[in-house]
Design a protein around this ligand. Structure first.
Ligand SMILES: [Fe+2]
Length: 308
């Protein structure tokens, strides 16, 4: 086994302004699969190719944004180890009891210096992808809407980028895969971090607006699926932010759009395979436009300013 420690983004809980309008959007436009509702009114979803019970939770609230970001770790021993490592680093941690989220074991929660609430967990019920574990077929029936394969990554914004980057690298074992430098040529403006062989599992951008979300990203199979996603979004009159297009950073192809509450979502594909022996790519301040939007080589104002 080569991948240990933190495995992947496992779930997040998003605030939405109107629950049933959002359930309709995430079910019929994005094409997530509803897997449960709990006593507090939260609705749970998974992507069609994910096996764990859920990867995306919504709850009705007065303002949009994200309550917390959860990473799945290898096993209970890893959870205990990372909890003690976080404490040794000086982080306060809290154990959330098993079952507080449906079909999920104990979670270790902590708040980063950027204000974002993160949690680690090792156990979540395997509900499968519908193909079974013996001689599985290759076609998953009943896919709707954009129908992403899985939750892929988040981009979040906050002021203490250095502190949160160091926490993720030095305690949680993430690697810096790409970085964008500030005008001074030294300070990180943004970092793209991986805990796996993906080009990124999370991205942090330096921004005075702490505890903010830029986007949640779901993975698609091909560039054709990115184009089709944009077609589906337009058909449903969803608000597209920008795309389809290609990033210089990670080389992913993408379309960005807003859910009915104003939360930005991305459906994307591509990006190269990352291994921990690879040196990070660095983007300089004068080429940041190329890094973000490879073809136009210019940033757009809404992409920079809108966060939830
Ligand atoms: Fe992204």
């Amino acid at each position: 086994m080569a991948i240990t420690g933190v495995l992947r983004p496992g779930h997040s809980q998003m605030r939405v302004l109107n629950l049933e309008e959002s359930v309709n959007f995430y079910t019929n436009v994005i094409g997530l699969v509803e897997t449960g509702r709990d006593a507090s009114g939260r609705v749970y979803f998974k992507c069609h190719d994910e096996r764990d019970h859920h990867s995306f939770i919504i709850r009705e609230a007065e303002r949009p944004g994200m309550d917390f970001y959860g990473f799945k770790v290898l096993d209970d021993a890893t959870l205990d180890k990372l909890e003690s490592d976080l404490r040794a680093y000086g982080m306060a941690t809290e154990r959330i009891p098993a079952g507080e989220l449906l079909e999920t074991g104990e979670r270790v929660r902590f708040t980063a210096s950027t204000g974002h609430v993160f949690e680690l967990y090792a156990q979540k019920s395997d509900v499968g992808d519908g193909l079974g574990y013996t001689n599985p077929d290759v076609i998953i029936e009943g896919r709707k809407g954009i129908s992403p394969l899985r939750l892929d990554h988040w981009q979040i914004h906050g002021s203490d980028l250095d502190g949160t980057r160091d926490l993720f690298v030095n305690v949680l074992g993430f690697s810096v895969v790409e970085r964008v430098l500030c005008e001074d040529g030294k300070t990180d403006m943004g970092v793209w971090l991986s805990c796996s062989t993906k080009a990124h599992d999370i991205a942090f951008i330096r921004d005075e607006r702490d505890d903010t979300l830029h986007h949640t990203s779901f993975l698609l199979e091909t560039w054709d699926h990115v184009l089709r996603a944009a077609d589906i979004l337009s058909k449903h009159k969803a608000k597209i932010d920008i795309g389809p297009l290609r990033h210089g950073i990670t080389r992913g192809t993408t379309v960005y759009f807003f859910d009915p509450s104003g939360n930005r979502v991305e459906t994307f594909c591509g990006g190269y395979a990352y291994y921990p022996d690879m040196r990070p790519y660095t983007w300089t301040w004068d080429e940041i436009g190329t890094g973000v939007f490879y073809h136009t080589r210019e940033l757009n104002e809404r992409f920079l300013t809108m966060v939830t």
